[in-house]
Design a protein around this ligand. Structure first.
Ligand code: NAD
Length: 234
């Protein structure tokens, strides 16, 4: 086995060919909205109805029977299984809030920016599964007071989930692969540096080169280049 401990970071680009729009490819707008309006605590405080509507649409898209994991999601899940069967270690860290990695069969996944199909109590921080629309009228049961619920999405200015586990894995990795991310959102954008400084080989798979300092890179649509790259590793 050439690499034993592999950490993969994915971003919106891996889900593009499944039909979920990326963020930076559309002039810095997310589905025609400014991130300040739909992806910050301040935007939610200003206009909760708009933020609920935005995430309700994204959540509903996940239930569309036409939406499916693509060849890149499937190849990563298959690779994880094979690599672990040979005694290797594998962690997939995703910035995506869709559920396509989980649906493809990936098991060791950290959804560092939260998940569309979960909602969160703003007081206790407890989350729960939620597949339908969320409105300001939906109240929390866990803290016994009338707290309106929010999508379980890590907004700009908030701390991503499981950062300690991410950093531990990056420091132990001997291979770090970044897929379909523009590398503009921190702390994820700094993962390549942590991995490289800890001695990992670093690889970028993306539609086009980013400013990240990778030792190796392959460019094109994820559904093509991810299976091709992983088959060379197995
Ligand atoms: P981004 O939109 O900033 O960058 C996407 C990157 O993917 C770009 O570098 C682009 O060149 C590349 N790309 C586009 N199509 C591709 C394809 N078919 N194959 C390979 N690469 C392709 O995305 P980001 O870096 O993940 O940051 C955006 C933030 O917005 C994330 O934090 C994420 O939570 C959120 N977001 C999530 C989703 C999702 O869950 N699917 C979608 C949009 C935005």
């Amino acid at each position: 086995m050439r690499f034993h401990h592999i950490v993969v970071l994915t971003g919106a680009g891996i889900s593009a060919e499944s039909g979920i729009k990326t963020f930076r490819d559309h002039n810095g707008l997310w589905e025609n909205h400014r991130i300040e309006d739909v992806a910050t605590p301040e935007g939610f405080a200003r206009d909760p109805a708009l933020v609920h509507q935005f995430y309700n649409q994204r959540r509903a898209q996940l239930l569309d029977p036409k939406l499916k994991p693509n060849a890149a999601h499937l190849a990563l899940a298959r690779f994880e299984q094979q690599h672990k069967a040979k005694g290797g270690r594998f962690l997939l860290i995703s910035q995506n809030v869709d559920n396509l990695h989980q649906r493809a069969g990936s098991e060791s996944v950290i959804a560092m920016h939260g998940q569309l199909q979960k909602i969160k109590c703003p007081v206790t921080g407890k989350n729960q599964s939620w597949l339908k629309d969320l409105t300001a009228a939906d109240l929390c049961h866990c803290c016994k007071t009338a707290q309106p619920l929010r999508p379980d999405i890590v907004w700009f200015g908030e701390m991503p989930y499981q950062m300690d586990e991410c950093v531990d894995a990056l420091m132990q990795a001997d291979l770090f692969i970044s897929i379909g991310t523009s590398g503009q959102v921190y702390p994820a954008a700094g993962f390549v540096q942590i991995a490289a400084e800890s001695g990992a080989h670093t690889v970028e798979l993306n539609m086009e080169p980013t400013r990240g300092d990778f030792a190796e890179g392959y460019y094109g649509p994820a559904a093509k280049i991810v299976p091709a790259y992983l088959s060379k590793l197995s």
